[in-house]
Design a protein around this ligand. Structure first.
Ligand code: UDP
Length: 351
């Protein structure tokens, strides 16, 4: 049976495809390639790719039945989403249509396919710490109230609600992962972050080092933190990918329980923060980037970026306790070293 990876041509999805392949699991990628990279799937990962829209119900049905793969789809890792916070504010329709509307179509198709075969097709969903908004407490627990402050965060929060309701009503098993700041690159050096436009701190710091950017703007140095810059919890993308294998096992066990006659009324999403539980300020990330690369990061202090909470930090013990997740690369220096190796490979012409 095959694992469907929606958004497998994107940053986190492509690393998850690699983790599945390393575990010997057959994979099918579905991606609309709006932000994803065809070459990463076809050439680097050499995984089968269906180019299409998640909202295309006919396409989804044929994919789930196994008409595009050697075997039917056993479970779904659902990464496909637009993830630019700023864009979501100026074009919320794009975010609700894609992240929410198309995911609703996917969930309906999963329920229908599960009924057809008499056993559920479970899902692991990529959510985000952006669903917490400006948190009432840090470290952030899974039970910390969620108050998103932009359409991107709302769209993810709403899908979480769908998963609650689809679990209770239709017995759809799910795991929800709330990622903190995904960073780094596969240690092999051939997969990594490749956003266009790029908005994230670490790749932009590396761009400033190599001169692709004249300098890195520090968005605010007057926050109520020790050095005045925002604190985030950076988590290695390969560690996120590994968590998905464990999440997959969890939803598959739940699907088997239901197929064996378990009570569908008791189905609810299992929710896990994914972070290291250790925070670094923007200035600390810059210092670490300088130490790892041996080169200076030219910087400029700029105004605060709207919607940036001062501190986001995960309490991630639940994933460790309940799934047995152990991040392999928790050190910021290692995350940066892998990001730097990928950055140099991607831009070989730069100094
Ligand atoms: N940041 C910054 N300059 C940049 C990009 C980001 O100072 O060019 C800061 C941003 O304000 C936040 C942190 O770096 O405090 C991480 O931002 P990123 O966009 O990487 O991730 P986010 O926290 O928004 O998910």
């Amino acid at each position: 049976m095959t694992i469907l990876v929606t958004g497998g041509a994107g940053y986190i999805g492509s690393h998850a495809v690699r983790a599945l392949q390393r575990a010997g699991l057959p994979v099918l990628v579905l991606d609309n390639l709006v932000y994803g990279h065809r070459a990463i799937v076809e050439q680097v990962l050499q995984a089968p790719l269906v180019i299409g829209q998640l909202g295309d119900r006919d396409l989804l049905e044929s994919v789930l039945r196994g008409e595009r793969s050697a075997s039917p789809i056993q479970a779904v890792l659902h990464f496909a989403a637009y993830a630019y916070v700023g864009e979501s504010v100026v074009d919320p329709a794009k975010y609700y249509r894609n992240n929410l509307g198309d995911t609703l179509t996917l969930l309906e198709a999963l329920v229908a396919e599960g009924r057809r075969r008499g056993s559920p097709v479970p899902i692991v969903f990529s959510s985000t710490c952006a669903t917490y908004g400006v948190p009432e407490q840090v470290p952030i627990l899974e039970t910390t109230p969620q108050h998103p402050i932009n359409p991107y965060g709302h769209s993810k929060r709403m899908v979480e609600q769908l998963l609650h309701d689809f679990g209770a009503a239709y017995g759809l098993p799910s795991v929800i992962f709330r990622y903190f700041n995904a960073a780094g690159a596969d240690p092999a050096g051939d997969l990594g972050e490749d956003h266009d436009p790029e908005t994230h701190l670490i790749p932009l710091a590396l761009d400033a080092i190599t001169g692709r950017l004249p300098c890195l703007r520090i968005f605010g140095d007057d926050y109520p933190t020790a050095d005045g810059t925002c604190i985030r919890d950076y988590i290695h993308v390969s560690d996120l990918a590994d968590a998905h294998l464990l999440g997959l096992r969890r939803v598959e066990a739940e699907a088997r329980r239901l197929a064996d006659g378990g009570d569908p009324a008791t189905v609810k999403p299992a929710i896990f923060n994914l972070g290291n539980g250790k925070g670094y300020s923007v200035r600390e990330v810059i210092q670490a980037a300088e130490a790892v690369t041996g080169r200076p990061v030219p910087t400029l202090v700029a105004p605060r970026r709207p919607g940036d909470p001062p501190v986001l930090l995960a309490a991630a013990a639940a994933a460790q306790r309940e799934l047995g997740w152990r991040p392999r690369f928790p050190e910021l220096e290692v995350i940066l070293a892998h990001a730097w190796a990928w950055h140099q490979r991607r831009h070989p012409q730069l100094p």
